[in-house]
Design a protein around this ligand. Structure first.
Ligand code: PEP
Ligand code: MN
Length: 340
């Protein structure tokens, strides 16, 4: 950590800062310039709180030099991490598309969805049994029965399932159904207790970005999961809140290269919840993959007009097939594999 003293700081104030650093077991290096004094704290800087140091008299600024996140940081793990989901790889050179309806509705809808996912060449299926809705009066998902219905339909087509966990109280039902990938939604990104619980599991986690979360907050949320021992984390950019009202959220494409620089873990995008309209899905998907995303989480419904949730943004089976053709062409140019 670097502590910059202000111009008028006294010797006594400098010594007080040095005492604080030594108290925590770190060494200090004092550099006296013509303008001001800079103190370098050497050792495990996580033991020092910059805010606490900045409250001391004579201190202008205290800055961390290493990243506050460790396990998820590329700084400590330069090679791309590749996550194995029942034999389907994501990360590194491998792109995976995950598709399916917003919510689990009926056995017939799930069977049709699973068939359409398989027919498009997609290897992983999504669907929500527990839905986080803005209004308590909207459809909340069909719950645990939906997990069972989802698993049965997906199993018939040999597809691993991805579904959102809203509450730790549902975890037993998730484990009972052998959910293959647990999704943590945008509204739960900073539910630290939930993050801690999934950190204890040996199940890959998709961590969606909070709709108003900074990249640093998102990385720290992933660190919560990783700190528990579960390093199988996939970041999902799903659109953020801005001043724009034309579309549901703004897909932050810029976040893709930034995340790729900051973390070794896979990064995917959700073109459905970002644009909020089916007609935008193809453009946003192509942009995401071209920008280096390791995959997509995309909503598809066998009959979008009848979807119980997010009908506007679901593409149909034919559109999913076409999208896969477009993405296969882009992946080829990038020299990457898709949906293997
Ligand atoms: C979803 O994927 O169904 C969902 C609710 O997404 P988000 O958390 O991004 O809103
Ligand atoms: Mn949805």
């Amino acid at each position: 950590m670097i502590i910059v003293m202000n111009k008028i700081s006294t010797e006594e104030q400098i010594n007080a800062v040095l005492a604080r650093i030594k108290e925590k077991g770190l060494d200090a290096n004092v550099s006296k310039g013509t303008e001001r004094t800079v103190i370098g704290a050497i050792g495990d800087e996580r033991l020092l709180d910059p805010e606490l140091l900045e409250s001391l008299p004579g201190v202008e600024q205290a800055l961390h030099i290493v990243k506050p996140y460790k396990i998820v940081a590329r700084e400590w793990h330069p090679k791309d991490s590749v996550i194995d989901i029942n034999g389907h790889l994501i990360g590194g050179n491998h792109i995976q598309i995950i598709s399916g309806p917003c919510s689990v509705e009926t056995p017939d809808q799930m069977q049709k969805s699973a068939k359409a996912v398989k027919a498009a060449g997609v290897k992983l299926m999504r669907g929500g049994a527990f839905k986080p809705r803005t209004s308590p009066y909207s459809f909340q998902g069909i719950g645990s029965d939906g997990l069972k219905m989802f698993k049965e339909a997906a199993d018939k087509e040999g597809l691993p399932i991805v579904t959102e966990l809203l509450d730790v109280r549902h975890l037993d039902a998730f484990l009972e159904q052998n959910v293959d990938v647990i999704q943590i939604g945008t509204r739960s990104m900073q539910n630290f207790e939930l993050l801690r619980e999934v950190g204890k599991l040996d199940v890959p986690i998709i961590l969606k970005r909070g709709m108003s979360a900074t990249i640093a907050e998102w990385l720290m949320a992933a660190e919560y999961i990783a700190a528990g021992g579960n390093h199988n984390i996939i970041f999902c950019e799903r659109g953020i809140r801005t001043f724009e009202t034309y579309y549901r959220n703004v897909l932050d494409i810029t976040a893709i290269p930034v995340l790729k620089k900051e973390t070794h873990l896979p990064v995917i995008i959700d073109p459905s919840h970002s644009g909020g309209k089916a007609w935008m899905v193809s453009a946003l998907s192509r942009a995401g993959i071209a920008a280096g995303a390791d995959g997509l989480l995309v909503e598809m419904h066998p009959n979008p007009c009848e979807a119980w949730c997010d009908a506007d943004q679901a593409i149909n089976p034919e559109e999913l097939k076409h999208l896969m053709q477009e993405l296969t062409a882009i992946s080829k140019i990038l020299g990457r594999t898709i949906s293997e």
